[in-house]
Design a protein around this ligand. Structure first.
Ligand code: PDD
Length: 283
């Protein structure tokens, strides 16, 4: 079935949606994106994603081509036109089309693309079984706090994981875990919930922020600091967070079982609390 997608002000069947071969997103990965989850036809943490988008654009010297309210309208229109109940909305904004030149063009009209993806987010088998990860060196650029579309290394990491019979990869820098290929990494050690502090080394996950807030509200102990791969392997529990996985248990790292090899109680509780909050606050 063909989706209706949004391209530069138009709602089109996906087959008719086109962008220029000169688009700097295509030539230079000169663009940013967001993935917002949809539950019960409503958007999860729209404002958080919109704020991060504005920040990403600002870091690349681009101004937001659409106001937040207009973006919200487009998201909602796509949900309606595609009858989306559960899944994601992908949004990408590039600097636009210009003759190939490393320097930013003086004037280019940003390209804005949004499309829907149907997916079961709440009832996912991985939430019950947990996922297995391998570790790989983090060879990405240094501004991982900007959500750019240059995703080749994470893509390679995911393929390395698949080839190793695992589900995903955690990236390691100077012995410390930075994050997963497309999610933030967490462990539970000594009963404390640990996730890496914010900085330029990781993406500032919107789900991470919500889970942190909800854990604090539930009086759980949170520590924001870097943790090593060895700590993760010896942890009681491990999990990842993202808009598309919510809170998903990690049960194996490089072939070593985490805890008893089954999703742990703190992870399961956080997933439950997160989903309850998500359903209650989606707009
Ligand atoms: N990825 N870290 C990285 C490198 C990511 O790509 C993502 C999200 C996250 C989690 O951020 P959030 O909680 O805001 O989704 C962390 C999205 C889902 C993707 O690329 O599909």
């Amino acid at each position: 079935m063909s989706r209706i997608v949004y391209v530069n002000g138009e709602y089109l069947p996906e087959e008719s949606a086109k962008v220029s071969v000169f688009d700097r997103g295509f030539l230079f990965a000169d663009g940013v994106y967001e993935v917002t989850s949809v539950v019960g036809g409503k958007l999860v943490d729209f404002d958080g994603h919109a704020a991060r988008l504005e920040r990403s654009l600002g870091e690349l010297g681009m101004t937001a081509p659409l106001a937040r309210a207009e973006l919200l309208d487009i998201h909602r229109e796509l949900i309606a036109r595609n009858d989306l109940d559960e899944g994601m909305i992908y949004l990408q904004i590039t600097r636009g089309a210009a003759d190939r030149d490393f320097a930013y063009p003086e004037s280019a009209t940003p390209t804005v693309v949004l499309f829907t993806q149907t997916a079961a987010l709440i009832d996912r088998p991985a939430a019950q079984t947990g996922i297995r990860v391998i570790s790989i060196p983090d060879l990405r650029w240094g501004r991982r706090d900007i959500k750019t579309v240059q995703l080749l290394y994470p893509s390679m990491g995911k393929m390395a994981a698949k080839q190793a019979g695992a589900d995903d990869a955690w990236m390691i820098e100077d012995g410390f875990v930075t994050e997963g290929t497309s999610n933030n990494a967490w462990i539970v050690a000594g009963g404390r919930i640990i996730t890496r502090h914010l900085g330029t080394e990781i993406l500032h996950g919107i789900t991470r922020a919500a889970v942190k807030r909800l854990a604090e509200e539930a009086q759980m102990q949170i520590e924001e600091r870097a943790f090593t791969l060895a700590e993760a392997k010896a942890a009681e529990e491990a999990f990842v967070t993202s808009a598309s996985t919510f809170v998903t248990p990690v049960v194996e790292i490089d072939g070593t079982r985490v805890g008893n090899g089954a999703p742990g109680p703190i992870t399961r509780r956080l997933r439950e609390i997160y989903i309850a909050d998500t359903v209650a606050t989606a707009i």
